[in-house]
Design a protein around this ligand. Structure first.
Ligand SMILES: [Zn+2]
Length: 143
């Protein structure tokens, strides 16, 4: 991770707790975001036809059914944050892919009364040379 990204993450942080460092990929080669404080729930983020799909996975990376879980997303810029619309389709959350390079801040709750967990995604679509994947779902180790 480049230092300017890290600095932006720190500034953009809604919660003072930073997510784990490093990128993990899920069973569908999507980007994994942590949605719990104990690795018990993850989101796998994939992209197709201009849409971002978000599937919930349990501790063993097995699919989790949608029930009372709530997910919100904020995009835009630091100066002009923009609430993104999230729909559900079956057990999947769906939102329109943000403009390339934008940060998306997700707020997740297991139910309306739960404490929100914050997860961040830098939608960096630049191609990674070694793995041929966009940077946002590249799991190459950076020095
Ligand atoms: Zn890569």
């Amino acid at each position: 991770m480049k230092w300017n990204h890290l600095a932006f993450m720190l500034i953009a942080a809604i919660s003072p707790v930073l997510a784990h460092e490093g990128i993990e990929l899920g069973p569908n080669k999507g980007r994994i975001l942590e949605l719990s404080n104990d690795e018990s729930l993850h989101a796998e983020i994939t992209e197709k036809d201009g849409k971002i799909t978000i599937d919930l996975l349990d501790h063993d990376m097995k699919p989790v059914k949608l029930d009372k879980q709530e997910l919100t997303a904020t995009g835009g810029t630091r100066e002009a944050p923009e609430k993104l619309t999230i729909k559900t389709e079956g057990d999947t959350f769906i939102l329109a892919a943000p403009p390339a390079g934008q940060w998306v801040i997700f707020q997740f709750k297991t139910d309306a009364a739960a404490k929100a967990i914050t997860a961040r995604l830098h939608f960096n679509t630049a191609n990674c040379e070694p793995c041929k994947q966009p940077e946002w779902r590249c799991a190459c180790k950076e020095e």
